[in-house]
Design a protein around this ligand. Structure first.
Ligand code: MG
Length: 254
């Protein structure tokens, strides 16, 4: 295909699909709970896709031999991920028989469809900030290698990690998790939104201000219907939940 000079590479790379599911539901670590699937498994990702979530969230660490893997904790079934090789981690299996997913395999599975976005959380390293920046660069490199840019939203509790992602990939979509930075600052730093614990939003004028600034509001991890209702009434953009089916039921009742 011949590209014209006017179609910038960035626009090509980040072309947005029109097929994303238009709802607020982000499945936290995939949709695992209702079906008894392991969190952060490819099965849980596929279930989030099957039930029509807007996004499936997952957590990323790096092994001692620099393989990016998907797991919530810094330990995988008792093995410290950063101090273990990928081969060592493959000695253990998730309850459904999957090995710890590599980020490569997870993204490839997610890229088979264009309805559910892949919400990639970069977990800070135990080895400190230097390692965090290496990890951030590795993750962006993998997303680039797979041409997964249109699917991926980046989130992290580490501000430096997200700033590093932005420095390498200015078009990347970012939301910060820790709840201690103002919307004005997020906007100034080129972030796309806040992804804070829902209790943070109960104080102050977050929703109106985000709308005025053109930022999105995502809330984690919301499992109680009363909290979900409050957020929906405030026209939240996204709700990250362990109970995506329950959230869909609430939305469909409205
Ligand atoms: Mg997470």
């Amino acid at each position: 295909m011949v590209m014209t000079l006017s179609s910038s590479y960035a626009q090509q790379k980040f072309k947005s699909f029109k097929t994303w599911n238009k709802n607020v539901v982000i499945a936290h670590r995939g949709a695992w709970k209702a079906k008894g699937l392991p969190e952060n498994s490819i099965a849980a990702l596929n279930e989030a896709v099957r039930i029509g979530c807007h996004g499936a969230e997952f957590d990323v660490h790096m092994t001692a031999d620099s393989i990016l893997v998907v797991n919530h904790d810094a330990d995988f079934l008792g093995l410290p991920i950063e101090k273990s090789t990928y081969a060592e981690l493959k000695a253990k299996q998730l309850s459904n028989g999957e090995y710890i997913p590599t980020v490569e395999s997870y993204l490839k599975a997610g890229m088979k469809q264009k309805n559910t976005r892949l919400v990639l959380e970069i977990k800070p390293s135990k080895a400190g900030k230097g390692q965090d920046l290496i990890l951030a660069a590795k993750v962006v490199e993998m997303v680039k290698k797979l041409k997964a840019e249109p699917w991926v939203d980046y989130i992290s509790f580490s501000y430096p990690i997200l700033k590093k992602v932005k420095a390498i990939e200015p078009e990347a979509k970012l939301a910060y998790l820790a709840g201690d930075v103002s919307l004005e600052q997020l906007k100034a730093d080129g972030f796309d939104g806040a992804d804070y614990h829902y209790s943070v939003y109960k104080k102050g004028e977050w929703f109106a201000k985000a709308k005025a600034l053109g930022l999105t509001i995502n809330a984690w991890t919301v499992n109680d219907p009363a909290d979900m209702k409050w957020l929906l009434e405030n026209k939240v953009d996204f709700i990250t939940t362990n109970e995506p089916e329950l959230l869909f039921a609430l939305i469909n009742k409205r």
